[in-house]
Design a protein around this ligand. Structure first.
Ligand code: FAD
Ligand code: NAD
Length: 472
C-alpha cells in the first residue's frame, strides 16, 4: 500500500483529518483538485476559499463602514461622509484567504502530509484513481480512505446562474461594484449574511423566501425580535413567495415573483441564489467500489462516520447533519482517531450554529418546539440585552439570551441568543452544556461585570425566577 490513510478533499473536514492522522503516526496523502463553480476552490475547501472566511471578512469590513455612517453620532462622534474603496476591501479579503490557504499547505509540510493534486475517485476498497488537470490518471492505494468532498450550491431552474447578473454565494463575494438593487433568493444563512454585507455597503436588498416562517429553526419569541431588527436595517424580507421565472432586462434581471398567489415583476441589477447546498459526490464513486449514494446524493455513514466499508469513512458536508465547517472538522478528527484505533465520538446533540449578521444569531441544543415535540418538560429564562449595563454602554442593546432547562433535572438543554457577540457568548453556554451544567450552575458562576456575557448569567437565573436585573 502507498499510504496508511488517503483523504479525498482538502476542505476543513479533509485537511483536519489528514493532519490529525499524520499526528497519530500514519503515512497520509490528501487529494485535492481545483473545483470550478463560480470560482476556483483550492486547498482549504469551500470554507477558506469561498465560504466562512471571505464572507466574514466582508461582513466585518462592511460593518465598520456601516458603523461610521450609522451609530457613531449617539456616541458624540460625527465624521464626514466615508468613501468606500470596494476594490481595497476585496483585496483585503483575498489576502486573508491566501494567508489561510497557504497556511494549510505549510501545516501539511510540517506534518509530512503528501499533497496530491487531482480529482479523486474511489475505485475499490483500497484504491483511489486521481485524474490531473490534463486528464492524466494514476492510482493511489491506501489501507484506509476518508471521503471529504464537501458541497456545492443548489441551482433553481426558474433562476439559472449566468455568472454575471444571476450569481451564487461565491459570485456575491466577488462583486466589483455595489449593486443598486440586489435580490437574494433564500432567507437562510447565506441570504442573511450576504444580504447584510451589500445592504451595509449601499444596495437596496430584497430577500425572497419560500417558507412562510422566518428562521424556523428558532423559537418564535426569538425569531420575531430578529425579523423586526432586520426590517429596521432595511433588509426587506418577503416570506412565503416563489420566484417563478427570470428574464434578462436592460440593466439586469427581471424576476417573476409569486407572493400570496399574485405574480409581480421586479427589476434588479443582480440576483444571488442562496437556496441551500447539496453534497458534491458526482463521479466520486466508481460503480463497483462497494459504496452507494443515498437518494439525495449523500454518503451513508454510522454515528462514527464509518461507511458500509470498514476501512472507509466519510465526513463533513457529504454526510448527514448540518453543513458546517466545525462539524466537518470534528468529524475529521473522529475519523482519524477511529482509524488509529481510538474511540472518539462527536456529540451531535451540541453542534452550535451562528449566523454572522449584526447582531449575531447563535443557538445550540433544543428549542421549545423540539422539547414539546419530544414531550420533555422544560423551564425557560429570557434576558433582554436592553437590561445589560455593558450592552447599553456600547449602544448594542438589541436582542436577548434565552435559556431552556429540563424541568426535572434543571440541566440546560438549549440556548438561543440574538445580540452583539452572540457567537462568543454561546460558546460559554455550550461548554457548560458539554459538562451537563444546570441553570443553577450557570447562576452560581461568577461573571465579570460589566460584560455582555452577564446576559447569559441572568437568563440562567431567570429559568428559576431568580434574575436580579429584570422582573421575574
Ligand atoms: P468543503 O469545504 O466543500 O471541501 C471539500 C473539498 O473537496 C473542496 O476543496 C473540493 O474542491 C474538494 N473536492 C471535491 N471533490 C473532489 C474530488 N473528487 N477529488 C479531490 N478533491 C475534491 N460554515 C461554518 O461553520 N461557518 C461559517 O461561517 C460558514 N460560512 C459559509 C459561508 C458561505 C458563503 C458558504 C458557501 C459556506 C459557509 N459555511 C460555513 C459552510 C462551510 O463552508 C462548509 O460546511 C464546510 O466547508 C464543509 O467542509 P468540507 O470539508 O466537508 O467540504
Ligand atoms: P440555508 O438552508 O441556510 O437557506 C436556504 C433558504 O432558502 C431556506 O430558508 C429555504 O427555505 C429557502 N429556499 C429554498 N428553496 C427556495 C426557493 N426556490 N425560493 C425561495 N427560497 C427558497 O442555505 P444557504 O443559506 O444556501 O446556506 C447553505 C449552507 O451553508 C447551509 O447549510 C449553512 O449551514 C452553510 N452556511 C453556514 C454559515 C454559517 O455557519 N454562518 C454561513 C453560510 C452558509
Amino acid at each position: 500500500m502507498d499510504f496508511d490513510v488517503v483523504v479525498i478533499g482538502g476542505g476543513p473536514g479533509g485537511y483536519v483529518a489528514a493532519i490529525k492522522s499524520a499526528q497519530l503516526g500514519q503515512k497520509v496523502a490528501c487529494i485535492e483538485f481545483d473545483s470550478n463553480e463560480d470560482k476556483k476552490i483550492k486547498l482549504g475547501g469551500t470554507c477558506l476559499n469561498v465560504g466562512c472566511i471571505p464572507s466574514k471578512s466582508l461582513l466585518d469590513s462592511s460593518y465598520k463602514f456601516h458603523q461610521i455612517t450609522h451609530g457613531l453620532e449617539e456616541h458624540g462622534i460625527t465624521l464626514s461622509k466615508p468613501k468606500l474603496e470596494l476594490s481595497k476591501m476585496m483585496e483585503r479579503k483575498n489576502s486573508i484567504v491566501k494567508k489561510l490557504t497557504s497556511g494549510v499547505s505549510q501545516l501539511f509540510a510540517h506534518n509530512k502530509v503528501t499533497s496530491i493534486h487531482g480529482r479523486g475517485k474511489l475505485i475499490d476498497q483500497n484504491t483511489v484513481e486521481v485524474t490531473d488537470d490534463k486528464g492524466k490518471k494514476k492510482k493511489v492505494t491506501a489501507k484506509n480512505i476518508i471521503l471529504a468532498t464537501g458541497s456545492r450550491p443548489i441551482n433553481i431552474p426558474s433562476v439559472p446562474w449566468n455568472g454575471t447578473t444571476i450569481i451564487g454565494s461565491s459570485g456575491a463575494l466577488e462583486l466589483t461594484e455595489v449593486p443598486k438593487n440586489l435580490a437574494i433568493i433564500g432567507a437562510g444563512v447565506i441570504g442573511l449574511e450576504l444580504g447584510s454585507v451589500w445592504s451595509r455597503l449601499g444596495s437596496k436588498v430584497e430577500i425572497f423566501e419560500a417558507e412562510k416562517e422566518f428562521l424556523p429553526m428558532l423559537d418564535k419569541d426569538v425569531s420575531r425580535v430578529i425579523e423586526r431588527e432586520f426590517r429596521n436595517q432595511n433588509l426587506n424580507i418577503n416570506l412565503g413567495c416563489s420566484v417563478e421565472g427570470s428574464k434578462k432586462s436592460r440593466k439586469g434581471v427581471t424576476l417573476d415573483i409569486n407572493i400570496d398567489g399574485k405574480v409581480d415583476n421586479k427589476n434588479f441589477d443582480k440576483v444571488v441564489v442562496a437556496v441551500g447546498r447539496r453534497p458534491f459526490t458526482e463521479n466520486l464513486l466508481s460503480p463497483n467500489c462497494g459504496l452507494e449514494l443515498d437518494e439525495r446524493g449523500f454518503i451513508k455513514v454510522d454515528d462514527y462516520c464509518k461507511t458500509e466499508l470498514d476501512n472507509i469513512y466519510a465526513i463533513g458536508d457529504i454526510v448527514r447533519g448540518p453543513m458546517l465547517a466545525h462539524k466537518a472538522m470534528e468529524e475529521g478528527i473522529m475519523a482519524a482517531e477511529r482509524i488509529a484505533g481510538k474511540k472518539m465520538e462527536v456529540n451531535y446533540d451540541l453542534v452550535p450554529s451562528v449566523i454572522y449578521t449584526h447582531p449575531e444569531i447563535a443557538w445550540v441544543g433544543k428549542t421549545e418546539k423540539q422539547l414539546t415535540k419530544e414531550n420533555i418538560e422544560y423551564k425557560k429564562g429570557n434576558f433582554p440585552f436592553a437590561a445589560s449595563g455593558r450592552a447599553l454602554a456600547s449602544g448594542e442593546s438589541v436582542g436577548l439570551v434565552k435559556v431552556l432547562a429540563s424541568k426535572e433535572t434543571d440541566e440546560v438543554v438549549g440556548v438561543q441568543i440574538f445580540g452583539n457577540g452572540a457567537a462568543e457568548i454561546l460558546q460559554q453556554g455550550l461548554i457548560g452544556m458539554e459538562f451537563a451544567a444546570s441553570s443553577e450552575d450557570f447562576g452560581l458562576t461568577m461573571f465579570s461585570h460589566p460584560t455582555v456575557s452577564e446576559a447569559l448569567h441572568e437568563a440562567a437565573l431567570a429559568v428559576n425566577k431568580q434574575a436580579i436585573h429584570i422582573g421575574n
